[in-house]
Design a protein around this ligand. Structure first.
Ligand code: IPE
Ligand code: IPE
Ligand code: MG
Length: 244
């Protein structure tokens, strides 16, 4: 593991992934969509290991969106079962690797056994600091902004938030700024993921369906990221810094 690379700027501190394409992967093989999600979980394991080994500080994975509730009940239930067993099975390894697990999203809508597993996993990994693995479940970027606004109003009265202060109320508070947002599966859209957080993230769209994604695809995304010039509204010339 090479954690110090995260400070060089070539390795993003915070990567997020829209893990898309499980259904199409399964359909192409005559399998059920749930089979696709099961194979997607294997790709998720590979991705967690890949980014943890490269010194990424935070990895945020989109596992279930606010809008995914619209899917057939059987698919949603199979996904919840998969989340419950995945948390149970992966927890020992996450603990061993020093990975902290954190969930973001409207979790109160989930079945109680899943909520209990989520809380337990967060408690058992809360002191870990190798990498934070954020799993977005029941998450929507609009939900996040609205819940932050509601808390801001309740807790701050009339004070007008600045962007940095407001970010402390988002579900991603305390994480590094999002540097790289990857979407697999060929679609080029954000699908209500990290709307606020993606303001200056580099976007990388991969054709591969999520269950097929492995280290070479993820390395491609990192290589693409390291070739991008990030300007944050400036000119990209060093003298920008003098005005920062
Ligand atoms: C992404 O794969 C996983 C979830 C949304 C849970 P999809 O299930 O959206 O796969 P496609 O896009 O139908 O291929
Ligand atoms: C985004 O994928 C949500 C997750 C990967 C969890 P979707 O498959 O739900 O997105 P759309 O419907 O194609 O925009
Ligand atoms: Mg999809």
């Amino acid at each position: 593991m090479v954690p110090d690379k995260a400070e060089t700027g070539r390795i993003p501190a915070h990567v997020a992934i829209i893990m898309d394409g499980n259904g199409r992967w399964a359909k192409a093989r005559g399998l059920s969509r749930s089979e696709g999600h099961r194979m997607g979980l294997k790709a998720t394991r590979r991705a967690v290991e890949f980014f943890a080994n490269r010194g990424v500080r935070a990895l945020t994975l989109f596992a279930f969106s606010s809008e995914n509730w619209q899917r057939p009940k059987a698919e949603v239930e199979a996904l919840f079962d998969l989340f419950v067993s995945a948390i149970e099975e992966e927890l020992p390894e996450l603990r061993e690797k020093g990975i902290r697990l954190r969930f973001i999203g409207a979790r109160e809508e989930f079945p109680e056994d899943l909520q209990a597993r989520m809380a337990e996993a967060e408690a058992q990994t809360g002191a870990n600091d190798t990498m934070t693995l954020v799993v977005a479940l029941g998450y929507g970027g609009r939900w996040d902004i609205l819940q932050a606004a509601l808390r801001w109003v309740r807790e701050s009265g009339d004070a007008v938030p600045d962007p940095a202060g407001f970010a402390d109320f988002l579900s991603t508070a305390g994480l590094p700024d999002l540097d790289l947002l990857i979407r697999t599966g060929g679609e080029q859209r954000i699908s209500n993921f990290l709307l606020w957080q993606a303001a200056y993230a580099e976007l990388c769209f991969l054709e591969a369906l999520w269950p097929d994604v492995g280290d070479p695809d993820l390395q491609d995304a990192l290589d693409t990221y390291s070739r991008r010039q990030r300007r944050f509204g400036g000119t990209g010339e060093p003298r920008d810094v003098a005005h920062a």
